[in-house]
Design a protein around this ligand. Sequence first.
Ligand SMILES: Cc1cc2nc3c(=O)[nH]c(=O)nc-3n(C[C@H](O)[C@H](O)[C@H](O)COP(=O)(O)O)c2cc1C
Length: 208
Amino acid sequence: MRTLLRIDSSLSGDASYSRRLTAAFSGAWAEAGGEVVTRDLHAEQVPHLPHFGLHFASREGVPADSPARALQDELIGEVLAADALVIGAPLYNYSVPSTLKAWLDHLHVPGRTAGKPAESGPLAGRPAVIMSSRGAAYDTAEAEAHFDHAVPVFRALLGTAMGMEVEAITVDRTLAGLLPELGADRAAGELEEALTAARRRGRELASV
Ligand SMILES: Cc1cc2nc3c(=O)[nH]c(=O)nc-3n(C[C@H](O)[C@H](O)[C@H](O)COP(=O)(O)O)c2cc1C
């Protein structure tokens, strides 16, 4: 049985778009017979990385019995045990939520989770599907490149550094209820497309 780790970080609970997408993906995964492990980084927040040494495999200067080591081992162990990741990544101030960034800071350890070359790392080749929800519209390549600093973080860290197969499913215009100029009908249509894509990828990746 293949195991999926579902990560959520939106602060919006049931109203969250990224949570709807991670739910659609993981629901399809479970229906295909896979196991789903969840971590909610908003409900249970990971502290900021407390020690420089934790960024390195040697962990120099970090006491062996430090609770920070144990937490990092738990977070990394959870990822290593998963065949795939699905990550809910809302766009907050053109970047990822700080809760999600704190988790990434624990996870990215050159020499441990990231190999040199990246293909030699323990996570190389595993899929990571990013569910990116954005309040406004990012219709042009230029707008996306200049203002979306969320998805590129995953491509650089999970993809380039750790060798994972990163893909993104995005839903835009989620603020259409507040900002009518975004177009409520178009927003609803794009959400349905993203949900369909999420279900399809969940089913496909559970059955690889
Ligand atoms: C703190 C905060 C910052 C936000 N910053 C942006 C932003 O920079 N650009 C944008 O398009 N939308 C922004 N939004 C709107 C969110 O991207 C939008 O509500 C999205 O649906 C969030 O994902 P969620 O529905 O999973 O919570 C922001 C929302 C919050 C709460």
